[in-house]
Design a protein around this ligand. Structure first.
Ligand code: HEM
Length: 458
């Protein structure tokens, strides 16, 4: 159990790492609304569907007829709602600072959130549950709102970076590339939405699969490498990578995503799958290369305060998962390239969740603790994290291992038992996330008392 903050618990130590923010006197807390919305959609949508979807697929509970649409609803809840909202909130907050510009207006951040949140909620409700013309209209509305929000994020980041200091550092180029993929994502949302109305609210599988990879690796992935390359190596006592070292894997990653986008153009199925396979292979090799270069796959975060050091374990596991995902993706991509058909379903599923549960989710939980201002005061506490705070890490790690192993067991064990493993992994992740969300709420509630004790202005 977490103890209430007593004076001796809150011995502030001198900051040892520049990028771990201190609390500004007056701060815009709209980033917190992005984070809380991302958690609400993850707990009420993406991770919840992840528990019930495999049970419906295995026939353990009713709803088998909805499974294909539930899979797409789950995928978009996780990418648009969980990863997307978190990345958008952090990008709108951090990038103006990185670029040496004044913070964006709170009004503007909240306006972007006001279109992104209804878009994703509409999509995950309408796709599996609404029907007929009404369902089709909702799916189109969700696509248009999502596209407006995604385009706003992409355009804002590009304008901010163009107007800011043009530092020759990797984070800037990753952010620019990521923003460009947000613009493409906006266009693809509209195309996918239109296609979904033609196919009974189901986006054709090949288009949807390719689009999810473009978003995961391009729109989300580039921002992960942007933020990591600027702070994580330093946490682990290394120098941040120079531009010349980050360019080869960064270019390979984005070339891979570009090939995936090209594979969506009208062409034969064989050519499309070969190009997409080559794209996955390039992006996979790049992902395995970027994790040790821009993140960290070993070592101890000795530059951090003891309390924050525990959070760095999430970052380590996230990057190790990225290396695994990269290898699996390269393998799956080469398989599709050689065969000229959609192949290696198990490898793709394992790679997708090694990135989704591993790189994306572990990193969100780790970086939130390391850089989000709401945790600034708890980061400074002298006491180590409480047992229940540490159990979040073990729950998420167990969920990650179970999800990836269950994916790789496709065809090697009883189908129903395998789907039960997938569902169990979803339940572990849901519990871990719910506990983490509780720590955010507690941190928000404790903030005024902590600030008063420390004499920090509110
Ligand atoms: C432990 C938690 C999770 C569980 C149990 C889970 C479960 C599933 C299942 C059963 C599928 C369908 C696989 C298939 O039959 O092809 C799926 C697909 C997918 N998942 Fe997850 N998932 C989890 C977490 C995540 C996370 C965190 C992300 C991303 C951040 C994610 C992204 C996706 C995507 C993009 C798809 C493909 C959707 C599509 O084909 O349209 N998942 N997941």
């Amino acid at each position: 159990m977490s103890r209430s903050p007593r004076h001796e618990d809150i011995q502030l130590q001198a900051p040892t790492v520049k990028s771990a923010e201190t609390v500004p006197a007056v701060e815009d807390r709209s980033y917190l609304v992005f984070i809380l919305s991302a958690f609400a959609i993850a707990l009420g949508g993406g991770f919840l569907i992840a528990i019930f979807l495999p049970l419906a697929e295995s026939g353990t509970i009713p709803g088998a007829e909805r499974v294909p649409r539930l899979i797409q609803a789950h995928g978009w809840a996780q990418l648009q709602g969980w990863a997307g909202l978190f990345v958008a909130g952090m990008a709108l907050r951090l990038l103006p600072r990185f670029a040496g510009r004044k913070p964006l207006q709170r009004r503007m951040n909240l306006a972007v959130l006001a279109v992104l949140v209804p878009a994703v909620i509409l999509r995950i409700v309408a796709e599996p549950f609404a029907s007929g013309t009404f369902g089709a209209v909702l799916v189109i509305l969700a696509a248009i709102a999502g596209a407006i929000g995604a385009a706003a994020v992409g355009a804002t980041v590009i304008v901010t970076l163009q107007r800011g200091r043009k530092k020759q550092e990797p984070w800037r180029y990753f952010a620019l590339a990521g923003a460009a993929w947000w613009l493409l994502w906006a266009a693809l949302m509209v195309v996918g939405g239109i296609q979904a109305t033609d196919h009974a609210r189901y986006t054709p599988a090949t288009f949807d699969d390719t689009m999810t990879w473009i978003v995961m690796l391009g729109a989300i992935g580039n921002f992960i490498w942007c933020v990591q390359s600027r702070s994580v190596p330093v946490f682990f006592g290394r120098k941040n990578p120079p531009l010349r070292k980050a360019v080869p894997p960064g270019a390979l990653l984005n070339a891979g995503v570009a090939l995936l986008a090209i594979s969506l153009l009208p062409m034969s199925d064989t050519a499309g799958q070969s190009i997409a396979g080559l794209g996955l292979a390039c992006a996979g090799i790049a992902t395995a290369w970027l994790a040790p270069l821009c993140g960290a796959v070993r070592g101890k975060a000795t530059r951090l305060r003891p309390r924050a050091r525990a959070a760095s374990q999430f970052v380590l596991v996230g990057n190790l998962a990225a290396v695994l995902a990269g290898v699996l993706l390269a393998w799956a991509g080469i398989d599709s390239l050689v065969r000229g058909e959609f192949a290696a379903t198990a490898l793709r599923d394992a790679a997708r969740h090694s990135i989704g549960v591993g790189l994306i989710t572990m990193l969100i939980l780790g970086m939130a603790q390391l850089v989000a201002p709401v945790f600034a005061l708890s980061r400074a506490e002298a006491r180590p994290p409480a047992l229940w705070e540490r159990s979040v890490f073990w729950l998420m790690t167990a969920s990650l291992i179970l999800r990836v192993v269950a994916a790789l067991l496709l065809g090697h064990m009883d189908g129903q038992a395998r789907l039960h493993l997938v569902s169990a992994s979803g339940a572990l992740a849901w519990l871990g996330l719910a506990m983490f969300a509780t720590t955010i709420v507690l941190a928000i509630r404790r903030e005024p008392r902590m600030k008063a004790l420390l004499g920090v202005p509110t």
